[in-house]
Ligand binder design. Structure first.
Ligand code: BEZ
Ligand code: FE
Length: 293
């Protein structure tokens, strides 16, 4: 086969992958070739534009390090991460909705007993967070793992400060009634890292890089799908323009303001504090498996 034109080349490439030994690889390869060729035929890039596109992807790869994952930012800002999330979490049961993981999760976070103040020496408005973890029908899940991480009052995560200690992140376990609680500080809205190719892309597209203030939760319990989600602060100006399209109404809560005085766990606060409460429901694995079958 030779002498391809701008239409016949697509069929030729499709035929080249027709014998891929793995069915799924063949299906993905075929779809990739069809959509990519259609994209090129639609856009009709000049040679210089094509080289700029290759340059953009090259820069994206060069930007990646152990602590900076520019391809995830690219996927997030193009809405692909939330599209994958939507396809894989189309729950029929009343369970907590998921959203993006983001690049600031740290594997194996420090374990802490419920009630711990995880804010270290960070300045900010104290936040009392509490809630429950239950299965879809509301039965409490004891000993569930609740990983938490969030930004400081300036919108930075601990891992964004070189050499800084881990702070504003921890792993808690629910008690026999599925409850957890901890202290920290109120998180702030922040721009996603935008000093690389993805930042340049956002600028070229006339977009801002901001995410509304939120607390990340990752919750695991035996027999249930892992839940990766956030709780967003109601009233945040970026709720309707999140740079990574992660906001869902069901994940927004008032971070209720309280004057100085006694908190629910008996701690007496000498200054105003805020309160976040969320009851999480996890999807049983059996329900997910039977839907997929
Ligand atoms: C985050 O919420 O931590 C995040 C999510 C996507 C991109 C950047 C940050
Ligand atoms: Fe975040």
């Amino acid at each position: 086969m030779r002498n391809f034109d701008q239409f016949s080349i697509t069929q030729a490439v499709l035929e080249r992958v027709a014998n891929a030994p793995d069915d799924r690889i063949r299906q993905i390869s075929e779809a990739l070739i069809r959509h990519l060729h259609d994209f090129i035929r639609e856009v009709r890039p000049t040679q210089a534009e094509w080289e700029a596109g290759i340059g953009f992807l090259t820069d994206t790869g060069h930007m990646c390090t152990g602590t900076r994952q520019e391809f995830i930012l690219l996927s997030d800002t193009l809405g692909v991460s939330m599209l994958v999330d939507a396809i894989n979490h189309d729950h029929q049961t009343a369970v907590t909705e998921s959203t993006v993981l983001g690049p600031f999760y740290v594997e194996g976070p420090p374990e802490a007993p419920c009630g711990t103040d995880i804010s270290g020496d960070l300045a900010g408005e104290p936040m009392f967070a509490s809630g429950t973890v239950a299965t879809a029908d509301g039965t409490p899940l004891a000993n569930a793992i609740v990983d938490v991480w969030h930004s400081d009052e300036d919108g930075y995560y601990d891992v964004q400060h070189e050499g800084a200690d881990l702070v504003a992140r921890a792993r808690f376990r629910t008690d026999e009634n599925g409850r957890f609680h901890f202290w920290s500080i109120r998180p702030a809205a922040y721009p996603i890292p935008h000093d690389g190719p993805v930042g340049k892309m956002l600028e070229a597209q006339g977009r801002h890089p901001w995410r509304p203030a939120h607390v990340h939760f990752m919750i695991e319990a035996p027999g249930h799908e892992k839940l990766v989600t956030h709780v967003f602060v109601s009233g945040d100006p970026y709720l309707d323009s999140d740079a990574v399209f992660g906001v869902k109404d069901s994940l927004i809560r008032d971070f209720t303001a309280h004057p100085a005085g006694a908190a629910p766990d008996g701690r007496v606060m000498d200054r105003p504090w805020c309160q976040l409460t969320y009851d999480f429901r996890l999807n049983p694995i059996s329900a997910a498996t039977s839907r997929a079958a």
